[in-house]
Design a protein. Structure first.
Length: 266
């Protein structure tokens, strides 16, 4: 599934690695910090490798689902591709404008209204005022927030924030759309609306990266899937094959866990 024509690439990572330093027993008070400093006590530091030497290529127009258990590095990968995080080492190439929905409400200013946040987000990605105003009504209508457009988003529910975030990200003409598990907080009606939108636009050639535990939606929307585990790619190929392999591995792991801990099964 590797692209051979560099001009046709939307995303490429080369030896992509991301590590986080977790400091345990961090002093809560200035007094404790002072005592540790003068007694040369060092906190215990743990290094967590979220992504480990990941190499992948995604062609323009590909729809790619990213699956795997919690903690496998899926969200970290999308955060790096969207430039929210920087890699520890390795190279990242992303071509074109990126629309991102990683965490509900994360990109919004709580004291600005829905309309003002949509304008701000559009200006950040480089759209002109005329382009923003031409899309503004479509954003609010898709989000179904006409009655709440002039209310500060701190008064919005998580579902309303999701609707505004998805509508804004998808109506800014992104070349690449990256969507994390955020859709899980939406109601069934809006989830269906979002998945339908993504399915239609991938047919039209938009590049999509979708992190989801909803494996049926991954198979329905994405032609390709990448299975991550412990920060590494386990399998990369047609969505149907990768999803079924992942399901079988998860079922086997659950059976083994039940045999090791028979008293915990219901």
């Amino acid at each position: 599934m590797m692209a051979t024509d560099s001009d046709n690439l939307a995303i490429r990572t080369v030896s992509l690695t991301k590590r986080f330093r977790i400091i345990h027993d961090r002093p809560a008070r200035l007094k404790d910090l002072f005592i540790r400093t003068i007694t040369f006590q060092r906190p215990r530091v743990e290094v967590l490798t979220a992504l480990d030497n990941v190499n992948l290529e995604i062609r323009r127009g590909e729809s790619v689902g990213i699956v795997g258990p919690n903690g496998s590095g899926k969200s970290t990968l999308l955060a790096i591709l969207s430039r929210v995080l920087r890699p520890t080492s390795g190279e990242v190439y992303v071509a074109g404008r990126v629309g991102v929905l990683l965490e509900v409400g994360a990109a919004f200013h709580p004291d600005l209204t829905g309309v003002e946040n949509a304008r701000l987000t559009a200006s950040i990605v480089g759209m002109t005022r005329r382009e923003v105003e031409a899309r503004l009504e479509s954003i609010i209508a898709f989000a179904e927030l006409e009655e709440f457009r002039d209310m500060p988003v701190r008064t919005y529910s998580s579902g309303m924030l999701l609707r505004l975030g998805f509508a804004t990200a998808t109506h800014l003409d992104p070349d690449i759309l990256l969507v994390d598990e955020a859709l899980a907080v939406g109601d069934e009606h809006f989830q269906h609306k979002c998945y339908t939108w993504m399915a239609e636009h991938t047919v039209r050639g938009q590049t999509l990266g979708l992190v989801s535990h909803d494996l049926e939606q991954v198979k329905r929307i994405c032609r390709r899937a990448i299975w991550l585990e412990h920060g590494r790619i386990v399998q990369d190929g047609p969505a149907e094959e990768v999803v079924e392999a992942y399901r079988q591995a998860e079922a086997l792991a659950e059976q083994e866990a039940a045999l090791r801990n028979p008293g915990e099964s219901v």
